[in-house]
Write a protein that binds this ligand. Structure first.
Ligand code: NAD
Length: 361
């Protein structure tokens, strides 16, 4: 069966890093027998320029019809003065909502070759490999009512609502238990059940699910402790699952344990395993067009796509191994190079991954 992949390069360095990821896909197709069809479409600022909207109808159609979406990045100063609804980032948010991508997977992996990039001591982070599963379409970022109102005494009051229904908790819980099954069978659910009723419900739904996934070991942790433990002893975690706001904060903290956003992929999944895959970094307008962006986060996003949407875990392993090989061989783009190291271009890094893959085919 042929997998349909929507390719959305976006803005800034997006087209440069997507070009390298597409070369990797091409090697998998021509030399590893991966059966794929790709279709490209505009998103973000590029889509606004071409079609007057950051998520035009044809792009949404291509994304809907695909089994998986590979996205570069969106945004840039050029579009910052547009009205909010037309800004590039709105295109990305709308895509997540339209495709019901409620499960955000944010791995934090520290490659041993890059241990010096972390601000933490090597013995704390060396070998780090954890996955944060963040609920993406509910919680306080979407809850109603919300707003700023005027109180009787004349001062303004801001308010938001933290709500999670049982079914929303259950579906993110299932997504996380399934991921734990693909990893080391350990899941830590993060909440604030000592203070929030929403978290009390969250904890009880997670505990209920544990009976179904009895092969997975479930633990619970309060979010303040989880933040502390992430910087104290991050290797105690394998898969963590949490709500939208807690996950937003914890996943950025976990990303920084690795010291390099140019290396980190992400996935956003629906309940059928369809997903959108993208690097966690933005469009890096400061280096766009210079050919120096690190393509590895995007190439590793392809690996996640193979693992979580296309059921091609062996090919994903090959990509991960190829990235390990190029790092072992000392190749570094500027963002991951230590002082005095020779640096390579986006294209040269892509070449090296492609060569490593070909060598093993
Ligand atoms: P950014 O992630 O684009 O860049 C932050 C810094 O990291 C910059 O110095 C950049 O040069 C560097 N960097 C990022 N990716 C890199 C890579 N692959 N290789 C080498 N260096 C890299 O964040 P920002 O500067 O805050 O935002 C720039 C634009 O990107 C904004 O318009 C923002 O809204 C948008 N953005 C988009 C996404 C997305 O598409 N998912 C995410 C974050 C920010």
């Amino acid at each position: 069966m042929s997998h349909k992949i929507a390719i959305l390069p976006g803005d800034g360095i997006g087209p440069e890093i997507i070009a390298e990821a597409c070369r990797v896909l091409e090697v998998l197709r021509s030399e590893y027998g991966l059966s794929i069809e790709t279709e490209r479409a505009d998103v973000g600022g590029a889509a606004y320029d071409a079609h007057g909207h950051p998520l035009p109808e044809p792009t949404l159609r291509v994304a809907r019809e695909a089994d998986a979406v590979l996205l570069g990045a969106v945004g840039g100063t050029k579009w910052e003065t547009l009205e909010r609804a037309l800004r590039p980032e709105k295109g990305l948010l709308a895509l997540r909502t339209e495709l019901t991508l409620f499960s955000n997977l944010r791995p934090a992996i520290l490659y041993p070759q890059l241990v010096a990039a972390s601000t933490l001591r090597p013995e704390i982070v060396n070998g780090l490999d954890l996955m944060i599963v963040r609920e993406l379409t509910g919680g306080i970022y979407f809850g109603q009512p919300r707003g700023i109102r005027i109180l009787e005494d004349g001062q303004r009051q801001g308010f938001n609502t933290l709500v999670y229904s049982e079914s929303e908790i259950e579906r993110i819980g299932r997504s996380a238990f399934e991921i734990a099954r693909k990893r080391s069978m350990r899941l830590c659910s993060v909440d604030k059940a000592n203070v929030l009723e929403v978290s009390e419900l969250w904890r009880s739904v997670m505990t209920g699910l544990a009976a179904e996934y009895h092969d997975v070991e479930l633990s619970h942790m309060y979010v303040d402790n989880a933040a502390m433990q992430l910087v104290r002893n991050p290797k105690q975690f394998d898969v963590m699952v949490t709500g939208n706001m807690f996950g937003d904060i914890l996943s950025d903290a976990a990303a920084m344990l690795t010291g390099s956003i140019g290396m980190l992929p992400s996935a956003s999944l629906d309940s059928h395993g369809k997903g959108m895959y993208e690097p966690i970094h933005g469009s890096a307008p400061d280096i766009a067009g210079q050919g120096i962006a690190n393509p590895l986060a995007t190439i590793l996003s392809v690996s996640m796509m193979l693992r979580y949407s296309l059921n091609e875990a062996t090919l994903a392993d090959h990509i991960d191994a190829a990235v390990g090989t190029v790092l072992d061989n000392g190749l570094r783009t500027a963002d991951i190079a230590s002082a005095g190291m020779h640096t390579v271009s986006t294209r040269a890094m892509g070449d090296a991954v492609v060569d490593a893959l070909r060598a093993k085919s």
